[in-house]
Design a protein around this ligand. Structure first.
Ligand SMILES: N[C@@H](CCC(=O)N[C@@H](CS)C(=O)NCC(=O)O)C(=O)O
Length: 208
């Protein structure tokens, strides 16, 4: 891979998920820091990259990828030798996609509902259902352990690990049982620790 992916990031944001992924891959990205508090996500230049004005974003070989989970999936495929995604012919690819998509599609909106005390009248129409259904699914996802694919750690664990780490940190779901064990296992990984150290250094340099 000749051209380095460029990762647009700010510490203390969802960019941390992708920075962790970058560390799992052995630091393959060039990191460009933006300060959202100074409006750097709303400049005409950045809005051309991501009209949402949100971080993280990634550019690589002429393509732009936004959405933290999509960036993790993209990077896993762009660096296949690192073994962070099952091959497309492996049935586990389905399980990998399932939980990779479930985290931002169902856990995150459920978390925001809980934190914002939003009570939905129609949980059939809401794609993320409700708290009980999401929790039952998380329990199933973590039941094979230690990782979502069993013994093999993958980019889906970066996404799920980050999501559950934030959800428990903010008190949207209890940190107990399988979730506690999984979050502790995920955040103890050397790459997660390296990401935390870099995030702290970046935050200091940006005077956040
Ligand atoms: N769905 C996006 C969410 C990204 C997101 O909301 N990022 C926040 C920081 S955690 C952001 O950039 N906010 C700036 C804004 O909305 O102006 C993803 O998963 O990457």
């Amino acid at each position: 891979m000749t051209e380095k992916p460029v990762l647009f990031h700010m510490p203390q944001t969802r960019g941390g998920t992708t920075l962790w992924m970058n560390e799992e891959l052995g630091d393959v990205c060039e990191i460009r820091l933006l300060n959202l508090r100074k409006g750097e996500g709303r400049t005409p230049e950045f809005l051309k990259i991501n009209p949402m004005g949100k971080l993280p974003a990634l550019q690589h070989r002429g393509a732009t990828v936004t959405e933290a989970a999509a960036i993790c999936a993209y990077l896993a495929d762009a660096f296949p030798a690192k073994g962070l995604a099952p091959s497309v012919s492996d049935p586990k690819r389905g399980v990998y996609y399932r939980w990779m998509f479930f985290a931002p599609s169902c856990i995150e909106p459920m978390m925001l509902d809980r934190l914002g005390k939003v009570a939905r009248e129609n949980t059939t129409a809401a794609g993320h259902g409700d708290y009980e259904r999401v929790m039952a699914s998380i329990d199933l996802a973590l039941s094979t352990g230690p990782w979502l694919l069993g013994d093999t750690f993958s980019a889906a664990d970066v996404v799920m690990g980050s999501t559950l780490n934030f959800a428990t940190m903010f008190g949207a779901i209890p940190k107990e049982g399988r979730i506690k064990d999984y979050v502790e296992r995920a955040t103890a990984r050397p790459a997660h620790q390296a990401m935390m150290k870099k995030n702290a250094e970046q935050a200091k340099a940006m005077a956040l």
